[in-house]
Design a protein around this ligand. Sequence first.
Ligand code: F6R
Length: 614
Amino acid sequence: MCGIVGYIGNKSAAPILLEGLKRLEYRGYDSAGVAILENTNPPAQAGLLGIKKSGRIAALESAVNLANPTGNLGIAHTRWATHGAPTEKNAHPHFDCSGRIAVAHNGIIENYGEIRRALEASGHFFKSETDTEVLAHLIEKYYQENLAEAVRLALRHVRGTYGLAVIAADQPNLIVAARRGSPLILGIGDDEYFLASDASAVLSHTNQVIYLSDGELLRISRQGFSAITLDNKLVDKEIETLDLDAMSIEKGVFPHYMLKEIYEQPQVVKNCLAGRLVLGEGTAHIGGLNLTDAEIRMAERVVFVACGTASYAGMVGKHFFEEIAGIPCDVCLASEFRYNRLLISPQTIVFVISQSGETADTIAALREVKQKGIKVLGVINVVGSTMSRETDGGMFIYAGPEIGVASTKAFMGQITALSLIALKFGRLRHLSVSEGKRIGQGLFKLPSKIEEVLAGAERIRQIAEKYKDFKNFLYLGRKASFPIAMEGALKLKEISYIHAEGCAAGEMKHGPIALVDENFPSVFVAPRDDVYEKTISNMEEIRARKGKVLAIATAGDEEITRHADDVVYIPQTEPCLSSFLSVVPLQLFAYFIAASKGLDIDKPRNLAKSVTVE
Ligand code: F6R
């Protein structure tokens, strides 16, 4: 949510900043800006060139190209508006009264109102409605000669979260960065440094990085960097090597990242299973889980904490844990959980689930549980993310960078990881070796079955064409197909802006059925499982009210054609694994509807990847 880029070196900063912004555009894309320190002779007269535009990076790029800046130090920002509309004047970087200091900020300054009033009373003049601008003026207040010290002193007055990049006109060899709650990474080149909100913006320049931790401040010059805490203590930072391939952040032959990521799902499942699924023993070996066999056997309850799509993955995981491992499991929305009374015993195993590892609510929930002395494990995609650093163990899903704002392959990776953990738990508790082997075989065969679903994409496109003009949809399913219905509805609303409601099929008659008529179709997730007949009855209830029915059903199910207007088949699998297959047609259905409307699928309106604010 919002992206920061910074460059200091000997090359022209503008193209590097713009390229970095494009890489980070998925984090926020309603306005963008750069501040570049122009080279002048003598350097003491150097000035900061600020260029900002509302709208996409392309608008900023044209303006920057026109101005043709040559400076080799600068910061840039792509915004997801929190305080103040997405206008040019609210775009970052923000400047102090004199225009000598520029600040790009991710996060929220919670006490900005009181700081602003005090600064205005002492003569500071504000130009925007943002919370960020108070930082520029606060730093101005403390700035004499030492910019890092001024930033440090300013941050002592601030409540809230920040990832921050600061430059000053009279500091031609310095970027100051600071972090609290919003990620920052420093890419290390030869006499040049690349600051960014995430690795995708530095990957084309270097794979040597350091990750800033909360409460740290970084001074970056062409000759090197040093880190201190906000209490002014030196910190040793470890240089790490990014394990990412530059191709993984390219769209390749696909028109959208979302479609590419949908097609990567067979490989995502393979990567996640590799070296973990032990077919011969019907179990999983998960290095890094950090749970002893005794802890697993003693566990009384499992709790998943997550947001959005990751919470639906948790709901699918709940079925794995209850059916495969025989352990009661709850799924909690992080935004609620963090403010509730935590009724967690030491025999409860808590997992956070997150693609980005940076979601503010999930991080806050994680910290809340840890603060009570209870271990928190993670099912996380981004290696090096805040959650991956703060959890006590867990599993990476290894899905690779997910750039489309609507999550697809991360969901697939999350449910794969959860199925493996459930299998391991099950085998240490009640699950027999033969049951474990059967489920293991089922998991092993999933990638080729997902390929089969993907091979039917053209038929799903044709069905999407038929349904694209409806304004409302119900998505229905039972048991593990209920979260798949929720996820299918979320995908449709996110990228096509069509109203879609996910609902437990059995719950529909307790209210939502009032909505149904010939203009309100229902999408049923109806694999052949032990609630199949109940789901068919719900279809009939919809059809009795003239509602159209699109069903996702198991291959070979002829019966369902008598109850649905359209059917998309998924291959047969273990009943407890059908979610892996049924989610794929729903992703494609949403994708094709949005594509037929010509919408901006990878960057839907009002959304941003990685929600780093509350
Ligand atoms: C939906 C979507 C979001 C995220 C949610 C959690 O397509 O992407 O609902 O799933 O914001 O994000 P992570 O998994 O990064 O914690």
